[in-house]
Design a protein around this ligand. Structure first.
Ligand code: FEO
Length: 170
């Protein structure tokens, strides 16, 4: 059994990951309406990855005989007026998620819960990659977003993102 506080934080994180999926689906819908189908694809794939994160946490909790409680998922609350808005909000959101993962890691560390620390190592690395991806997208949009042809090329590049199952198995 995991310590109650560690299990509770992991259970809360399940909800946060589902919220992330919901938020990125909202971004995908925004870009779909804008006619930028490549950006929409990129965020749809991201939404699938977030769902995977939630499912991995559920499985980890259940593997450790912890009960999982699903709470209501909040409505995505980002105001999206410009094409850059989802990219900036996404980067901010990933930084926030990194802080949440770090909090759970700290709690596991305090409890000498090495198993959970090892489980979370994958998420620590994943957060690093997700922050880099989000920041790279902003840089690309800053460089190319104002030129129609370049934006078309960037949208075509993002259309090529393909979903891959997570490398972590439990
Ligand atoms: Fe589940 Fe984007 O971190």
């Amino acid at each position: 059994m995991l310590k109650e506080n560690v299990a509770a934080l992991l259970n809360e994180q399940v909800n946060k990951e589902f919220y992330s999926a919901y938020l990125y689906l909202d971004f995908a819908n925004y870009y779909e309406d804008e006619g930028l189908k490549g950006f929409a694809n990129w965020y749809r794939v991201q939404a699938q990855e977030e769902r995977d994160h939630a499912m991995l946490m559920i499985q980890y909790l259940q593997n450790n005989d912890c009960k999982v409680t699903l709470e209501a998922i909040a409505k995505p609350d980002c105001v999206l007026n410009e094409r850059m808005d989802p990219l900036k909000e996404g980067y901010k959101h990933e930084q926030y998620v990194t802080s949440l993962i770090n909090n759970i890691y700290s709690a596991a560390y305090e409890e000498r819960d090495f198993r959970t620390m090892q489980f979370l190592d994958w998420f620590v690395k994943e957060q690093g990659e997700e922050e880099t991806n989000a920041s790279d997208l902003i840089k690309k949009m800053e460089l190319f977003g104002d030129d129609a042809k370049s934006l078309y090329m960037l949208d075509s590049e993002l259309a090529g993102r393909v979903y891959a199952a997570p490398s972590l198995t439990l």
